[in-house]
Design a protein around this ligand. Structure first.
Ligand code: NAP
Length: 309
C-alpha cells in the first residue's frame, strides 16, 4: 500500500546491520518516513551504509541520529542496547517513540527502560524474521513480509503510541502481536533460542569427532546436517547476547529438552519403534501446520531461495 503522507517525519536507526538496513528498505518501500537517520559503531559500516544509500543521513554519534526523531529503533545486539539507550536518552524529543528489535525482551526492558526520559514512549519489539547474514549489505525490503512482529509494552504504555507503532510494523509488511515480555521470552526460547543452541552444539560435536574428518563432514553433509550448519552460521555476538540475556527461559526449555532426549535415547536402546514412529508422526504434523500458516513453503530445500541473501 502506498501512503499519501509518511507516518513519521524522522526515524532513527541505531545499528544498520541486517535488521536495521532491512527496516530502512521496508520504510522506503512503504513511504513510512520522510527522513531516515542511521548510526553504526564503526566507520566501515557507516561508510558502507552511506554507499548503499538506504539512510538519508549517517551519524557517528547515536545521539545525533536520534535528535529530533519521532521514532528511534535500536537495532544493535542485545548486549549493546543499554549503552545505546544511555547515549540517546538526553537527545530524545518529548513524545517520541523508542523501540528495539532485540531477540530477548525482559532483559531489554531492564536495561533500556531506565534511560528513557519522562514523556518518551518506550515500546519494546521483536520482528520474528531474519537470516544467518549480518551487516548493512544483508538487508532487503521484503524481510518482514508476512512475518510476525511481537511488541511487549510495559504496563501503562500510551495506547496511541502503541497503535502508531503497530501501524509502522504493518507498513513494513509484518503481522503484529502484543504480549507480555516474560511470555515472549519463553515462547522464543523454544521456537528460536533452543534450536540455535542445538545447531551450534551439533555442528560443534561434528567438528570435534575424531573418527570423522572435517573433509568427510563437508563432502557427505546430508540435508539434515546442512540445515543445522546454516543456523549455526548465525552471528556469534548476537547469539552470545541472546543466551546471556534469556538465561532462565532457555534453561527451563533446555531441561525439558534433555529429558525428552533421554527418552528417545532409551527408545533407540530398547528398540521401541512404536515410540519413535508416534513421535515422528506428531512432529511431521507440526511442519505441515507451519506451512499451512504461511510461515514456510513446502518447496524442496525447505523453500529456501539460494539467491536470497
Ligand atoms: P548485525 O547485522 O550484526 O548488525 C548490528 C548493528 O549494530 C551494526 O550496525 C553494528 O555496527 C551495530 N553494533 C554492534 N555492536 C555494537 C555496539 N557495541 N555498539 C553500537 N553499535 C553496535 O545484527 P542484526 O542481525 O541486524 O541484529 C540486530 C538486532 O536484531 C539484535 O538485537 C538481534 O537480537 C535482533 N534480531 C536479529 C535477527 C536475525 O535473524 N539476525 C532477527 C530478529 C531480531 P558495526 O557494524 O559498526 O559494528
Amino acid at each position: 500500500m502506498t501512503r499519501t503522507a509518511p507516518l513519521f517525519t524522522k526515524v532513527a536507526l541505531i545499528g544498520v546491520g541486517l535488521i536495521g538496513s532491512s527496516l530502512a528498505h521496508a520504510m522506503r518501500r512503504g513511504g513510512l518516513a520522510a527522513h531516515i537517520a542511521g548510526h553504526a559503531r564503526s566507520p566501515e559500516t557507516r561508510a558502507r551504509a552511506a554507499e548503499l544509500g538506504f539512510c538519508d543521513s549517517m551519524h557517528a554519534e547515536a545521539a545525533d541520529a536520534a535528535r529530533g526523531a519521532d521514532l528511534v529503533i535500536l537495532c544493535t545486539p542485545v548486549g549493546a542496547l543499554q549503552a545505546a539507550a544511555a547515549a540517546i536518552g538526553p537527545a530524545l524529543k518529548p513524545g517520541a517513540i523508542v523501540s528495539d528489535v532485540g531477540s530477548v525482551k525482559t532483559a531489554v526492558i531492564r536495561d533500556v527502560g531506565p534511560h528513557i526520559p519522562e514523556g518518551v514512549h518506550f515500546i519494546p519489539g521483536h520482528p520474528i524474521a531474519g537470516t544467518e547474514h549480518s551487516g548493512p549489505d544483508a538487508g532487503f525490503a521484503e524481510l518482514f513480509d508476512g512475518r510476525w512482529c511481537i511488541l511487549t509494552p510495559v504496563p501503562g504504555t500510551d495506547e496511541q503510541a502503541l497503535s502508531t507503532l503497530i501501524e509502522f510494523w504493518r507498513g513494513c509488511g509484518s503481522r503484529v502481536e502484543v504480549m507480555d515480555s516474560k511470555h515472549h521470552d519463553l515462547v522464543l526460547a523454544i521456537t528460536s533460542h533452543l534450536p540455535h543452541l542445538i545447531a551450534y552444539n551439533i555442528v560443534g560435536t561434528a567438528d570435534d569427532l575424531e573418527q570423522v574428518t572435517q573433509g568427510e563432514i563437508i563432502k557427505f553433509s546430508a540435508g539434515g546436517f546442512r540445515d543445522f550448519t546454516r543456523i549455526a552460521a548465525s552471528d556469534p555476538v548476537m547469539w552470545r547476547d541472546v543466551f546471556l540475556n534469556n538465561r532462565e527461559a532457555v534453561l527451563e526449555v533446555l531441561g525439558r529438552f534433555s529429558e525428552d532426549l533421554s527418552a528417545l535415547q532409551r527408545a533407540i536402546r530398547w528398540g521401541d519403534g512404536e515410540m519413535l514412529f508416534e513421535l515422528f508422526t506428531r512432529t511431521r504434523a507440526i511442519r505441515r501446520s507451519i506451512i499451512a500458516a504461511g510461515q514456510d513453503t513446502a518447496a524442496p530445500n525447505f523453500g529456501r531461495n539460494t539467491k536470497t541473501p
